[in-house]
Write a protein that binds this ligand. Structure first.
Ligand code: ZN
Length: 211
């Protein structure tokens, strides 16, 4: 292959060493240029010159959850016998509302009751929530997807996921309700069946169980 060693010198180093993903940077760049033109901006003015490429790289980062399987992050810790409730609270999450492509951001709380000692590292729970947040979606679906993944992959006795977040599409536009929070929850197994278990978890994450 005579061309295989040909280097394109116009490609910045940072891009050349970037891990391969399925985000088509050129396509996103072209789209951003169109948006700028569409809103009446001049994409060639100095302040905006590098913007399409910068935005494309940003989307690659904040949409990483589209291209990585969160199951890869789950490594069950062997030989543990812990079968009591485990809670990780206040995990920061940053996501994109799929209706407006504006951010929603907040915290996720994850609780689960292991079965037969099948536990996963606490930091892994945070990484799973972080990764699964990184794509366009609605908060309700993100909440259920995290709960279903953990319930299935850990064969857990119960899983509870609560997400509290603020949506820029609510704060900046439309009805403009700054500071309002959307709270979603997903319950599986023991958390669904036993109100005491649910109340205990809600108390530990600092929320009142209303149901
Ligand atoms: Zn929205």
């Amino acid at each position: 292959m005579p061309n295989s060693k040909k280097n394109n010198s116009s490609v910045p180093k940072k891009l050349a060493t970037r891990p391969a993903t399925r985000v088509d940077l050129a396509k996103v760049e072209a789209g951003v240029r169109l948006i700028l033109e569409g809103i009446g901006e001049d994409p060639s003015r100095p302040g905006l010159e590098g913007t399409p490429r910068r935005v494309a790289l940003m989307y690659e980062e904040i949409c990483a959850g589209l291209h990585q399987d969160p199951r890869e992050l789950i490594h069950v810790i062997p030989a543990e016998t812990h079968d009591e409730m485990v809670i990780v609270k206040d995990i920061p999450i940053y996501s994109l509302c799929e209706h407006h492509l504006l951010p929603f951001a907040g915290v996720a709380h994850i609780a689960y009751i292991p079965k037969a000692g099948r536990i996963v590292g606490l930091s892994k729970l945070a990484r799973i929530a972080d990764l699964m947040a990184k794509k366009p979606q609605i908060q309700e679906r993100l909440t259920t997807e995290i709960a279903d993944l953990l319930y299935e992959e850990l064969s857990a006795t119960g899983v509870m996921v609560v997400i509290e977040s603020e949506h820029m599409c609510v704060e900046m536009r439309g009805i403009k309700k700054p500071g309002s929070k959307a709270v979603t929850s997903a319950l599986r197994g023991g958390f669904l069946k036993d109100p005491r278990t649910r109340a205990e978890a809600m108390a530990l994450i600092g929320r009142h169980d209303r149901g």
